[in-house]
Design a protein around this ligand. Structure first.
Ligand code: DX5
Ligand code: ZN
Length: 216
């Protein structure tokens, strides 16, 4: 499988959101990456589920919803109703992660788990077989436009080994500071999904930038 590119709407122009969604619809992008922040788990607030429902009315590609919130269990059904295709929750935010993953799947979405840059990938050894997606944060979550953390390359390699050892078919997704200077190495190490916010939406020709990220 060639890798997927998921532009993060966090970096879109919210005054012209429909235009940015149309651009992604007509681009080589595979998914929309949709970041939900609560000002509690992360020190920032983005947007909520009513916005996602509206995005979903015109988005022609799957919504990859990344929850950066405490108590994600409370919002599983709401996410499904809002149109989420995939739903990823942070490892630290769920006390009973296996149950959370199970509930996401039962609700009809692809479950995923996210770990922060300081978390060893082995933390996921008993859950990788149950998820469809593992998201490795390559910045600390909460803001777009941050600098990519170089240690991510080795973390992908270690995760790849873990997935193999556990016979997991989960996709590896990388989120934070992704651009054309690191995309090639990320793919080479085993990344399946590249999320890119600022690099896409702040570029002069976002559709071309998406195509550039697909090339590697
Ligand atoms: C950060 C979010 C990212 C963010 C990435 O917490 O999870 O999805 O939008 O933005 P860039 O690509 O600008 O680092
Ligand atoms: Zn994200």
């Amino acid at each position: 499988m060639s890798h997927l590119v998921a532009p993060s709407l966090l970096a879109a122009n919210f005054l012209k959101l429909a235009d940015d969604i149309e651009m992604v619809n007509n681009s080589d992008a595979d998914w929309f990456h949709v970041d939900v922040m609560d000002g509690h788990f992360v020190p920032n607030i983005s947007f909520g589920f009513s916005i996602i429902s509206q995005i979903n009315t015109i988005a022609k590609k799957p919504l990859d919803v990344h929850l950066m919130i405490s108590n994600p269990d409370q919002f599983i059904d709401v996410c499904k109703d809002a149109g989420a295709y995939g739903l990823t929750v942070h490892y630290e935010t769920s006390t009973h992660l296996h149950r959370t993953i199970d509930q996401i799947r039962k609700a009809g979405m692809k479950p995923g788990v996210v770990i922060n840059p300081h978390n060893p990938v082995n933390l996921l050894s008993e859950i990788v077989a149950d998820v469809d997606l593992v998201l490795l944060m390559s910045v600390n979550p909460g803001f777009g436009g941050q600098k990519f953390i170089g240690n991510t390359y080795d973390r992908i390699s270690r995760l790849k080994d873990l997935l193999l050892a556990k016979n997991s078919h989960a996709l590896i997704e990388i989120d934070g500071g992704v651009d054309t200077s690191n995309a090639r190495e990320l793919i080479k190490r085993g990344a399946d999904v590249l999320v890119a916010g600022s690099f896409v939406f702040k570029s002069i020709n976002p559709a071309q930038t998406i195509s550039d990220l697909k090339k590697y």
